[in-house]
Design a binder for this molecule. Structure first.
Ligand SMILES: C[S@@+](CC[C@H](N)C(=O)[O-])C[C@H]1O[C@@H](n2cnc3c(N)ncnc32)[C@H](O)[C@@H]1O
Length: 242
């Protein structure tokens, strides 16, 4: 029986967004690559669902950068509270956690490191070895950190993958797109589609023809589910003054 896209989406609960994003990362970058050096930097990781999928379930080292404190995080250490944890990571995640081969790899069953700070383009200077040795910088709905991820990754020559969400046009009046020639002039970036377009231009993805190097893919969950990503170091210089 073939499952339609609509059915797949309707089966994909909010809680499984993290595992769908991680499956995407694994398919594009491989577990071995993601595990290199200090591993994945998860910017705006929130309650830690993506980091849980990476480090706790798969043994891929991960560092969350988000001012949210630990008290708000996925708490898989509380084994007596499976409903609470199941709500956050999904039943699949909970079942997978219970079956972890914890003896296989020192990182399985452990929790990501959390740096409770706001991410911006000066943060790498505060954690130089973490950023120098990381495999990739990612963000799932990273709000105000989105543009910084691209800037920082471009500067350090690191791959990145972002699932953009909010546009915040008022806070970002510098984002502009050219109108079609018949209209002329430029327009501010206000809507989601224009923001995706702007991110592609800013990051040089517009110039890439090989879709194994970077692009925009659709993740099968509800809501803002386009992932913009880049694996290569063929950077367009991005505006670091904005
Ligand atoms: C919409 S939530 C997404 C959380 C998580 N990635 C997810 O998909 O469930 C946005 C998160 O971004 C964090 N955030 C916003 N701006 C940030 C910044 N500049 N640096 C780090 N985290 C930021 C917030 O604290 C919040 O946890």
């Amino acid at each position: 029986m073939t499952i339609s896209n609509e059915e797949i989406i309707s089966r994909s609960s909010h809680a499984s967004r993290a595992s769908i994003f991680v499956e995407f990362l694994l398919s594009r970058f491989s577990s071995d690559y993601l595990s290199t050096g200090t591993g994945v930097i998860d910017v705006a990781g929130g309650r830690g669902a993506v980091a849980f999928e990476l480090q706790t379930l798969r043994g891929i080292p991960c560092t969350i950068i988000d001012p949210r404190g630990n008290e708000d995080c996925v708490n898989m250490t509380d084994n007596k509270n499976p409903l609470h944890t199941g709500e956050i990571v999904g039943k699949t995640g909970w079942k997978a956690f219970k079956k972890l081969p914890q003896e296989k790899n020192g990182l399985y069953g452990t929790f990501a490191t959390r740096l409770p700070v706001m991410f911006n383009d000066s943060i790498p200077d505060q954690y130089p070895s973490l950023f120098r040795d990381c495999s990739i910088i990612i963000g799932m709905h990273p709000d105000s950190a989105t543009d910084f991820i691209i800037k920082v990754a471009a500067r350090l020559g690191k791959p990145w993958a972002i699932v953009p969400c909010c546009v915040f046009p008022t806070a970002n009046p510098h984002r502009k797109l050219l109108n079609p020639p018949e209209i002329g002039g430029e327009r501010p970036v206000v809507g989601y589609e224009d923001y995706i377009e702007w991110l592609k231009i800013e990051s040089g993805l517009k110039d890439i023809v090989d879709n194994n190097v970077g692009g925009v893919d659709w993740l099968r969950f509800r809501g803002r589910s386009l992932v913009v990503w880049k694996s290569a170091v063929l950077w367009k210089s991005v505006n670091t003054t904005s």
